[in-house]
Design a protein around this ligand. Sequence first.
Ligand code: SAM
Ligand code: SF4
Length: 336
Amino acid sequence: MSKKSDVQNTSQLVDRFGRRVEYVRLSVTDRCDFRCVYCMAEEMQFLPRSDVLSLEELYQVASAFVELGVNKIRLTGGEPLVRKGILTLIERLGKLPAELLITTNGSQLPVMAKDLKRLGVDRLNISLDSLQADKFKRLTRTGKLDKVLAGIDAAIAAGFERIKLNAVVLKGRNDDEVIDLVDYACSKGLDITFIEEMPLGAITEHDRAEAYCSSDELHEIISQQYELLPSTEKTGGPSRYYRMPDSGSRVGFISPHSHNFCSECNRVRMTVEGRLLLCLGNEHSMDIRQVLREHPNDPQVLQQHLIQAMDLKPEEHTFSLDDEPQIVRFMNMTGG
Ligand code: SAM
Ligand code: SF4
């Protein structure tokens, strides 16, 4: 077994409800080459560079978390692979004794997949909402399906195992493609997770309540074609997984609306501005950028703040489809 999969959960980061934080998601940029309709507005104002954590600051945060017992780091964004110099950060993070994961839209994988594997990235999640080029374009506004499919093939060729596809399904937009997406995942030997849309940031492109497609509806659609066997496997995430008898692929559901997963939450997120978010669905946070900039190169002070921040982690999130979004930040700021 590798040093990374041997890592036990001995995290010193424990919240008021006894939950141990062992998983950190770092948003490394708010920028992206796509403008997915559920994630961003068409016209986005991105942050000035000085507001964003530097690559060195991101490394210091990641290594402080690992020192405290975190065993899983995920880079996300925005599109993490469009951050300038990202490979130099990945090279350093790949040497830490923690699993290194990336969530990506796949557009840069045709050129980067091999390097990511070489530099120590353990696993990839790749977003894919449609297999039809025109629909893919409408959902991502600027994305090109053929590039993403080539990226998925490049990741497989580079030797990544257990690649997972992520699909956000919107009623009347891509809910007719659920089976096609599962077929595609099976044909490539990939897992696939369907995510319920979350009310992060105000969008006008569609009405989120109208577009809402529950995991239960999707489970029902897939069950008509495939036998879904509940898996007891713990993935350390909010996905509920199902196996299929004739396939190595798994189907997962992330259901922030219909199945609350807060009691098992083991994660925190760092926004691109260095705000440590204790919960995706609440604003409880600590300004870690200020700590980093007031106490440069002081890992002790940084670690003390991370430990203190655990007291801010709320018991659960409070998403509602009926109200105005309570969360004003977009997913690209947050690190989905
Ligand atoms: N750009 C990368 C990507 O698309 O995979 C990483 C960042 S993206 C914000 C991470 C994941 O969040 C993607 O799978 C995306 O589909 C999902 N996502 C974005 N906005 C969402 C929303 N409002 N509700 C649910 N999932 C969302
Ligand atoms: Fe970009 Fe990912 Fe958001 Fe789509 S979901 S706009 S690819 S950050």
